[in-house]
Structures are given as C-alpha cells and as structure tokens.
Design a protein around this ligand. Structure first.
Ligand code: 8IG
Length: 275
C-alpha cells in the first residue's frame, strides 16, 4: 500500500503541492530559479555526468508529491546541476507512469514542480518502441507531436489549452542544429503496462503514429498548461509488436538502452548547451 499522499486529496490543489516542492528545492539548493528542467528516461540516465556539475541531490521522497518509482532503471532523485554556461538545470530522476497506478496528478507533478521552480523549458527523454520499421534500436527521435491514447488528461475542470506546437518547433530546430540527422516523429502514448498487440500497432500506424510508449503525453499536457516549452527526445529500444518478430521484454529494452546510453548522453548534453 502506498501512504496517503497530498496529491491523492481532491481538496488539495496539485499546484500548491508543486509550489511546496519547489520552495523546498529552492531552500535546499539555494537556487532561486532553475532555468531548464530535464526528465531522464531509461537509456538516458548517464547524461547526468555530461550536463554539468551536480551541486545538490535530493531524494524524491523528501519532496512533497513525489513517490519512489517502482520500476528498475529509474532513479528516484531530483538533482540541481550547474551547466558549463552557468544555467541551473533541474534534473528529475523521479517519474511516475500511469501504469504505476498513482494517478494522473502524480504523473503531472514533475512538470508542475519544474514550472514552479521557474523553468521555461522542459526536456523530456524516454525509451520508445518504433512503429516505423526503418528505426532500429539505438535510433534517436525528436518527438514532433503526440496522440494521447491513454484515455486520461492531467487537466482538471474546464481547462482548455492549445496543443498546437506542443513539442516546440523552436526547440526542435535548435536540436537539429546539434544533430541534423535526428529523426522526427509522432509519439503514440498508451497507459500500458502491457506492450501492444500487432493489431494495435497497425492501428496506431494508420492513425499517424511513428513511435510508441507509456510516458510523455501526460507530462507534455501538464507542461503546456504550466507554460513550459517542451522538447521530447526518444531513444528507440525496440521495434513495436509485429514490426519485427522479436519478443518484447523489459530486459531487452533496458539492454538496448544501456548500449546506446553514451551516445544519448552526449546528444542530450550538446542540445542542452544550446537551449
Ligand atoms: I522502451 O513497444 C518501450 N516502451 N507501449 N510499446 C510501448 N511502450 C514501450 C515500447 C513499446 N517500447
């Protein structure tokens, strides 16, 4: 059983919880505003070593609203990093996924805390399955749009927000100046945790999707609600169901991530330098 958390209380505003976490982060780090927030997904963790100097590391459980992740490959800390250019980076190692069952507020929390910490840019990395057959494991893809197929939204009440350019054209252009060979595609976001059937992947392809995963879409919606500019970077770790004959396992996904990790770390660090 998870403990009762402030985000579970419908009478508590998730933005108040985010503000409390942000105040704690500012107090502990002495950094009044962080400029860029970065969520490290599986296959991206070692980027931390290239982003700059880690000045503070806060266990997620010490901050309001964060839970300790239950999935191997995700590290539950929030770190403050000073980049070589002097920017303050907030690196989120604690991420909730819908399939963990802690609710959509928990998934949205990182983006809300990032905005409350003063960030203007939210960089999200993830591991994804390729719907496009030409994308093998190790391919890096800039997310240029998404299809939210989770059936839920982090927005509460009549919060009608614009989702055009959700994945900032400006930030994608900057990323392409760093690596012009970066692929681009539409991310199909599902709740999981089961991987898809081949029929579901065929359907996703017909709907216009290029890659698939179980994160990112809820966080992007929250980030846009909070006024953050979003950059989404996916590492392809497998071909989606039916795209190849491979059996999909979490271990194989992690192994592909580990193999590509040094390359992704360098790519991410170079992009962040230019933001
Ligand atoms: I890594 O093929 C990774 N995450 N839904 N499908 C879904 N999520 C994923 C996949 C995949 N690969």
């Amino acid at each position: 059983m998870t403990r009762q958390q402030p985000l579970d209380d419908p009478d508590v505003s998730p933005f108040d919880v985010a503000r409390a976490a942000a105040e704690r982060i500012a107090t502990v780090t002495g950094v009044e505003r962080h400029d860029i927030a970065i969520t490290l997904g599986s296959g991206w963790a070692s980027a931390i070593n290239l982003l700059g100097e880690v000045t503070h590391e806060i266990p997620a459980r010490e901050l309001p609203g964060f839970h300790v992740p239950s999935v191997p490959g995700h590290s539950p800390t929030i770190r403050s990093v000073r980049s070589s250019s002097g920017s303050h980076l907030l690196v989120l190692g604690a991420r909730s996924h819908l399939y963990e069952g802690r609710g959509v507020r928990s998934v949205a929390h990182g983006a809300r805390v990032s905005a409350a910490c003063g960030a203007r840019v939210f960089v999200m990395t993830n591991a994804s399955g390729a719907i496009r057959p030409e994308w093998g494991p190790g391919t890096a893809v800039l997310i240029n749009d998404h299809i939210n197929f989770t059936g839920v939204s982090p927005l509460e009440g009549a919060t009608f927000i614009d989702m055009k350019d959700a994945y900032s054209t400006r930030l994608r252009t900057i990323a392409k100046t760093v690596d012009a060979t970066l692929e681009e595609g539409v991310y199909f976001g599902l709740r999981g945790p089961q991987y898809e059937t081949p029929a579901e992947i065929r359907a996703a392809r017909v709907l216009g999707a290029d890659l698939v995963g179980m994160s990112t879409v809820i966080e992007t919606i929250s980030a846009r609600e909070s006024g953050l500019e979003v950059l989404g970077l996916a590492l392809i770790t497998n071909r989606a169901a039916g795209v190849s004959d491979d059996v999909l396992t979490h271990d194989a996904v992690l192994a592909a991530g580990r193999q590509a990790e040094p390359r992704m770390a360098s790519l991410l660090a170079r992009i962040v330098e230019h933001l």
